[in-house]
Design a protein around this ligand. Structure first.
Ligand code: PAD
Ligand code: ZN
Length: 370
């Protein structure tokens, strides 16, 4: 048992309160991790703003890195002291999807209960009230007890803030391109929405050898950032005239048209644009997540007639134990400039301000440094 400091929301839609909490020791199958960095992803904002209904009280955060401080009974203690990145989908390793290697579709993960491996929380308030940990890792806290299958050791030399981003935004965006869509050298790609996830799609497209990479956002600053990491064309989107945006993307894609378009916002209007912009044979890859219950629409005849496709990409089809070290090595080799995505570092008590900036769209990726 120890005391930690965590960013708690009472329920979806409530503001963040920084609280001192009690953290129980790890059970078999769990590890105690001292957090070193935690990214602020729009998925946290979906929970904070009540777009997604989740139970509480819950410690926020699902993108993080840390150092293993202790392991539960029966686990190999040699991991103690190692720098790690955390997966927000701790695979159960037993369900059919895990067994067939599709861990991003795991149905038995403790993450869905936002608790420890046995389904009970490790955190509590001084009065004994149990407190959940978002996706079982609740990274916006000084330390957490997490499922061992969420813990991935990082190669030497990877900064904590880079490891944190590998835990969500990078794996989601790069993986959508190289794993889910399997973009090939010479392909033409567009990315709509250039936050941490969309900029990671751009990095993934560069890694995959895409010939043309069309970046689309309402912010010129984000377009410039995308250009500096390898986007070849920029389209300033105007939400008031979607037709002009669609024409701009088509023109930037050139004669061959787009092989793939990645929607990295989670807005029905831009989902519709991603589908509308496709040439025959093109694929829309939906990465952004909407509010619960939202629907998008498209004209059916040309979609079918043109053999177009729509695919959803969860967690960039990540198998964390394999992909996280690979992305880290790609960073070290200079092939994934992950550090370039980070444009603000903050302390845990500044989290509400960080959410304000994310809501306003004025930042790429913010990272809490512990
Ligand atoms: P973010 O808010 O940092 O980025 C969104 C970007 O979209 C910003 O740069 C905006 O300026 C831009 N934008 C907003 N409206 C428009 C518009 N109409 N046209 C063009 N650009 C626009 O978010 P993020 O990068 O942290 O996350 C993006 C989404 O991805 C979000 O919905 C999040 O919940 C989702 C996500 N999905 C997964 C997954 O597994 N599929 C994982 C992690 C995050
Ligand atoms: Zn995320």
């Amino acid at each position: 048992m120890r005391e930690i400091t965590g960013a708690v929301i009472e329920r979806s839609g409530s503001p963040v309160v920084i609280e001192t909490l009690r953290l129980a020791d790890p059970l078999p199958g769990e590890m105690l991790v001292r957090m070193t960095a935690a990214g602020v992803c729009h998925s946290d904002l979906h929970v904070r703003d009540g777009d997604w209904v989740r139970s509480g009280p819950v410690v926020m955060g699902h993108e993080g890195a840390g150092v293993v401080e202790a392991v539960g009974p029966g686990l190999d203690p040699s991991v103690v002291g190692q720098s790690v990145a955390l997966s927000w989908l701790a695979p159960c390793l037993r369900c059919r999807e895990c067994q067939r290697g599709r861990q991003w579709l795991c149905v038995g993960s403790p993450a869905y209960r936002h608790a420890g491996v046995d389904g009970t929380p490790r955190l509590s308030r001084a009065d004994g009230t149990p407190v959940l940990s978002y996706l079982s890792i609740g990274t916006m806290s000084t330390a957490q007890v997490v499922p061992a299958s969420a813990v991935v050791v990082m190669p030497d030399g990877v900064p904590a803030e880079v490891a944190a981003l590998i835990g969500c935004g990078v794996s989601t965006g790069v993986g959508a391109v190289v794993k889910t869509a399997q973009v090939r050298p010479g392909d033409t790609v567009a990315v709509i929405g250039l936050g941490g996830v969309g900029l990671s799609c751009v990095m993934g497209a560069v890694l995959a050898g895409a010939r043309r990479i069309v970046a689309v956002d309402i912010s010129r600053t984000k377009l410039d950032l995308a250009g500096s990491i390898g986007a070849t064309h920029a389209v300033l989107a105007d939400p008031a005239s979607p037709e002009a945006t669609i024409e701009g993307i088509r023109a930037a894609a050139g004669d061959g048209g787009l092989d793939f378009v990645f929607e990295a916002i989670g807005n029905p209007a831009t989902v519709a644009q991603a589908i509308a912009v496709l040439p025959p044979g093109g694929t829309a890859v939906l990465v952004g997540l909407t509010r619960f219950g939202q629907q998008a629409s498209f004209e059916v005849f040309p979609f079918v007639d043109g053999g177009r496709r729509i695919i959803g990409s969860n967690y960039g089809s990540a198998v964390a134990a394999v992909d996280f070290p690979a992305y880290a090595e790609a960073y070290l080799a200079g092939h994934l400039p992950i550090d370039r995505l980070i444009d603000r570092r903050l302390a845990l008590p500044e989290l509400e301000d960080a959410f304000d900036r994310l809501r306003a769209g004025t930042v790429a990726r913010q990272v809490i440094i512990f």
